[in-house]
Design a protein around this ligand. Structure first.
Ligand SMILES: Cc1ncc(C[n+]2csc(CCOP(=O)(O)OP(=O)(O)O)c2C)c(N)n1
Ligand code: SF4
Length: 261
């Protein structure tokens, strides 16, 4: 049996973490560590990349793999460079919803369009947490945040729909309530050729929770009640795309071969 101390000793670089008590980011660290353990890939063959945000701390400093902690919104751009330079690496990006869909949204769309073989895990807490809980592209309509104290007048981006439409090979959506499914999904995403994207609805009790009047337990119960594999639209979770198609670094390799001939 994989115990918590086994995970801690083998996959976690340091504890205690700086995450607030009850934050979903700790659960995501745990899920990634367990997925890597199931994959049975040497840690030296995995590189993790993140930008700036609470969730950017998931791989760096907490996950015991080589990591690049880059600038806000640019994790995917760095990850693409890393993968093109060394296609044998398994490259994992962990990004917040603001990092991934606000400042970094363009990189996300084009990495999916190119179907480059990297995995992006987006921790979606619906706000810009690190900077104090401001409204994000993923904030629910009418939700109160520190910058929308009367309710968000805008509408949230359906990120999985966007990534699917852009051309990703694998797209899935889970919540921190659905840890066993999330672990399997991360393993599958990191093993699959092509661009893979997993959105994880994750609780930020400190900023999101405080504004909506819920603690971390209540937020997770809300995930359990509302997010179902049988639902459609906004509350749907599960594997949403799982297709085979040509991948960018393999296509580049073909061109390199042609030039060599
Ligand atoms: C170029 C630039 N713009 C803005 C910031 C300030 N900033 C740091 S983190 C962040 C948002 C983080 O939100 P998110 O990506 O959703 O991650 P979370 O903290 O919620 O996990 C912002 C706006 C920055 N560091 N760099
Ligand atoms: S501010 Fe929110 S997202 Fe950041 S560590 Fe605290 S609970 Fe987690």
């Amino acid at each position: 049996m994989i115990t918590a101390s086994y995970i801690r000793e083998n996959y976690i670089r340091r504890l205690p973490s700086a995450f607030c008590p009850g934050c979903g980011d700790g659960q995501i660290v745990n899920a990634i560590a367990r997925a890597i353990d199931h994959m049975n890939v040497p840690r030296k063959d995995i590189a993790a990349v993140s930008g700036i945000g609470c969730s950017a701390w998931i791989p760096s400093p907490y996950l015991r793999v080589d990591s690049l902690h880059t600038t806000h919104g640019r994790a995917i751009a760095f990850a693409v460079g890393l993968k093109v330079a060394n296609p044998k690496l398994k490259v994992l990006v962990v990004s917040g919803d603001g990092d991934c869909t606000g400042i970094g949204g363009n990189h996300l769309i084009h990495a999916a369009r190119n179907n480059i073989d990297i995995t992006v895990i987006m921790a979606n807490n619906g706000v810009y947490a690190t900077t104090g809980g401001q409204v994000a592209p993923t904030t629910e309509h009418s939700m109160k945040t520190v910058t929308t104290p009367y309710g968000n007048p805008s509408f949230p981006l359906n990120v999985t729909d966007v990534v699917a439409a852009a051309g990703a090979s694998y797209v899935a959506r889970w919540t921190t309530w659905h840890l066993p499914q999330l672990i399997k999904s991360i393993e599958k995403a990191m093993t699959k050729k092509g661009f893979s994207f997993i959105e994880v609805l994750s609780q930020c009790p400190t900023y999101e929770g405080r504004m909506i009047g819920m603690d971390h337990i209540e937020m997770m119960h809300m995930f359990r009640e509302n997010f179902k594999t049988t639902e459609s639209g906004h509350f749907k979770i599960g594997e949403l795309v799982d297709i085979e198609k040509p991948e960018l670094t393999a296509e580049l390799e073909k061109i390199i071969e042609k030039v060599r001939e």
